[in-house]
Design a protein around this ligand. Structure first.
Ligand code: 5GP
Ligand code: MG
Ligand code: MG
Length: 180
């Protein structure tokens, strides 16, 4: 499938993403005012660009940690089975945690990871997703903050891949296959 030719059509520009992150950062700062040190947890690998931009907009003391969960393999469909490939380095009991996800699609990944983190008794857990595809939801949940709601399209860029490609695009685009 990665061999099928495709192009990427821009859906959300780098400028729009930056503006949205600034607004989200102000909301998050308000929510966490007075927090000693927020633990910002990025879900690898898709959130790596988003978390990098988001933490640089946050005027708060933050610690950054990562968790890698996999549900997709190299395909375009969720396997509905979430595996933890890399766990957090820091204990989070009693801490304020912000979980950063790239996309909430069926909701399986976010719900699995929320349960895992909650089982470790953080003081407060909040979630943020850059993109939300509500049309495909199977587990009823949503992130506390969402960058953009998008239609049911397969997207890449800004950290998000198609079979490990296109993560380095500075914008979000949708995949369009070109073979006739
Ligand atoms: P869920 O468990 O909510 O179905 O899926 C969440 C994960 O599936 C996302 O974190 C992301 O890694 C992947 N995913 C969902 N939609 C897309 C998409 O349009 N493009 C890419 N590349 N990955 C997606
Ligand atoms: Mg993800
Ligand atoms: Mg992926």
């Amino acid at each position: 499938m990665p061999d099928k030719p495709y192009v990427v059509d821009q859906m959300i520009s780098a400028k729009s993403i930056a503006a949205r992150i600034e607004a989200l950062a102000r909301d998050i700062e308000a929510e966490y005012a007075g927090t000693e040190k927020l633990v910002v947890v990025g879900l690898l690998r898709g959130s790596f660009v988003f978390i990098a931009d988001l933490v640089r907009e946050l005027h708060l003391p933050v610690e950054v940690d990562f968790l890698e969960a996999s549900s997709y393999g190299d395909g375009m469909e969720t396997s509905r089975e979430v595996r933890i490939l890399k766990d957090l380095r820091s204990p989070i009991e009693g801490r304020d945690v912000l979980l950063v996800e790239d996309i909430v699609d069926t909701g399986f990944t976010l719900s699995h990871v929320i349960h895992l983190i909650e089982s470790r008794k953080p003081r407060k857990l909040r979630t943020i997703a850059l993109l939300d595809k509500p049309a495909r939801r199977e587990v009823q949940l949503s992130a506390d903050w969402i960058g953009f709601e998008i239609p049911d399209e397969f997207v890449v860029g800004y950290g998000i891949d198609f079979a490990q490609r296109n993560r380095n695009l500075p914008f979000i685009g949708k995949v369009r296959f070109t073979d006739a």
